[in-house]
Design a protein. Structure first.
Length: 570
């Protein structure tokens, strides 16, 4: 029996002849909480121990030989040198021709006394600079340290996020394992590109919104239960259905700190790369839709208008202005400088229409305008550029580093050897991920499963916008930002294979039956566990097989070639 007042009228209720004969029992706080949240994972101890253990193992893999190769690989040539120049003035500086050899050999202080035109915001480069400050500017370990830290932390984060999302410690641990053994995530965690920092802040924002969802629903269930106790009979329409005046739109939820945290994280993501803007839109809509569902399930009438006024406006204020302010704060180094690129544009162009604004703000706006033009017009050729249509199947992965060696060189024991760093997602994970994402889309569209919808929101924000830039020079490694959502989709699919688990009888047998799915039969659960475990084992073994080309190990050329499963990978 559904006790919520906005449930469809049953035939029995419709046949009640007089209002005075209708007895209404409103839901209790426990029933409301179970309706809004379900029964959560019970083991708090294992809920932390397993994710921490998996993160430690994943971190050990990422920090092992982190300084190898001791050379600036791929776009490290831009971001590491930019980060170094931040330590001497807070803005990017230009460098002489061919500076990498000197930089790698410890002679870094050779930058020119003029600004460089940088086309990405400062946050990711400041994070790289922190590693340089701690471990020294001539340390390749130091310039990759921050990437390894956020890569390791993101393993812990996704395990905790999946546990909260699916209400299962086992599935949380599974998500942590899958992210730890993905090649795209592994390579980015050992390379100082900006995209791993973008992924980190996006994932942190998603986790903060999940915590906000739980806490706001707990608060809503408590406040609604108090209202029900104060109005034991409510009001009734002419047909006897319990209702109340439209002027009562349910309680306000007050300050929601985790939404503010999400706004801060999204601002830092935007301060790493502008593509985070799509996540601000997607996550903002997602969290408000969660509130629509919460107020409707709790019995608020009218729930759409109530959500728009009591949740939508506070959500906008908590996320958008906070994100913009934190983004603006990330430019403090440039603002406080006098020599940053375009820093003096407003002073050099008097009489501009916005001369009533501070010069630094006008100059920053002009800088952003020119940078946007650069991004949308970027069309230079590159051997590893790729079309987003092939990203999900890793059709054209990006080679970050490749060196050939002859016999006796660098420990080569064959006639010819190779050392490579290839930003290739774990093929077994990503190919299964295509199926899992389709399952999530179907589960959200057909069953309105909010968990599948949340995964689809993160995936869509990271992937779909790139289809408007198919003529630009873009790369498969941009998928790192939505790799966690591919992992969550695969975890969701594995959860379906496992089937519902037997829950602890923590709320009483009656409520347990009413608010949880019927557990899978033991035999079904066993076969599901075997199938899911086999899939995870195959993904882990695949990572071990490709590990040499993720970590620049010197291997025989034939071994490298055997790992090039598709000709498009070469």
């Amino acid at each position: 029996m559904n006790l919520l007042p906005n449930a469809p009228r049953t035939p029995e209720r419709a046949q009640v002849p007089r209002r005075s004969q209708l007895a209404v029992r409103w839901p209790t706080e426990t029933e409301l909480r179970l309706t809004l949240l379900g029964i959560r994972a019970q083991s708090a101890l294992w809920g932390w121990l397993l994710p921490i253990a998996i993160a430690v193992i994943g971190g050990a893999l990422r920090f092992f030989r982190l300084g190898e190769p001791h050379t600036l690989i791929f776009d490290e040539t831009y971001y590491v040198k930019d980060a170094y120049s931040y330590l001497f003035g807070g803005f990017e500086r230009n460098w002489p021709d061919e500076p990498n050899d000197s930089f790698e050999n410890g002679d870094q202080h050779i930058f020119l006394d003029e600004p460089e035109y940088a086309v990405h915001p400062p946050v990711g480069k400041w994070m790289i600079a922190a590693g340089l400050k701690i471990f020294g500017t001539d340390s390749s370990f130091g310039w990759r340290f921050a990437a390894a830290v956020v890569g390791t932390l993101s393993i812990l984060m996704i395990a905790r996020i999946a546990r909260r999302l699916f209400g299962s410690t086992l599935l949380g641990a599974t998500a942590g394992i899958l992210l730890a053994v993905d090649g795209e995530h592994f390579v980015h965690s050992r390379t100082s590109l900006l995209d791993v920092f973008l992924m980190f802040w996006v994932l942190a924002a998603f986790g903060a919104l999940l915590i906000d969802r739980d806490q706001s629903r707990i608060r809503l269930s408590r406040l609604m239960a108090g209202w029900y106790r104060a109005h034991p009979f409510g009001r009734r329409a002419d047909d006897g259905t319990p209702t109340w005046t439209l002027g009562w739109w349910g309680p306000g939820l007050g300050l929601r700190p985790w939404r503010i945290v999400a706004g801060l994280c999204l601002g830092l993501a935007l301060g790493t790369k502008w593509s985070a803007l799509y996540f601000i839109v997607a996550f903002g809509l997602m969290t408000v839709l969660w509130d629509v569902g919460a107020r409707r399930a709790a019995g608020v009438i009218p729930y759409l208008r109530a959500t728009a006024i009591k949740d939508g406006i506070p959500a906008f204020i908590s996320i958008v202005p906070v994100a913009l302010l934190s983004y603006l704060a990330s430019w403090t180094g440039w603002i406080r400088s006098s020599g940053g690129y375009d820093r003096q544009w407003a002073a050099e162009h008097p009489g501009h229409p916005a001369d009533w604004l501070p010069d630094w703000l006008v100059s920053l706006a002009h800088y952003h305008f020119t940078t946007y033009g650069f991004h949308v017009g970027l069309s230079s050729d590159h051997p590893y550029k790729s079309n987003p249509w092939g990203w999900l199947v890793q059709w054209r992965p990006t080679s970050f580093y490749y060196e050939s060696y002859g016999s006796g060189d660098a420990g080569c024991e064959a006639e010819k050897c190779s050392a490579a760093i290839t930003s290739l997602g774990n093929p077994m994970l990503w190919w299964l991920g295509v199926i899992a994402l389709l399952v999530c889309i179907g589960a959200w569209a057909l069953r309105r499963d909010w968990r599948a919808g949340a995964i689809c929101a993160g995936f869509a924000a990271g992937y779909l916008p790139w289809f408007q830039y198919q003529d630009r020079t873009i790369y498969t490694f941009y998928t790192i930002v939505f790799t966690p959502f591919v992992v969550l989709a695969v975890t969701y699919l594995l959860g379906l294979i496992l089937g519902p688990e037997q829950r602890a009888n923590a709320v009483g047998p009656e409520l347990l039956r009413r608010f949880t799915a019927r557990p899978a039969p033991p035999a079904r659960r066993l076969w599901g566990a075997l199938a899911a475990g086999l899939i995870v084992a195959i993904i882990v073994i695949t990572f071990a097989y490709f590990y040499p080309i993720y970590s620049a190990q010197v291997i025989p050329y034939q071994s490298w070639n055997e790992r090039m499963w598709l000709v498009t990978w070469i």
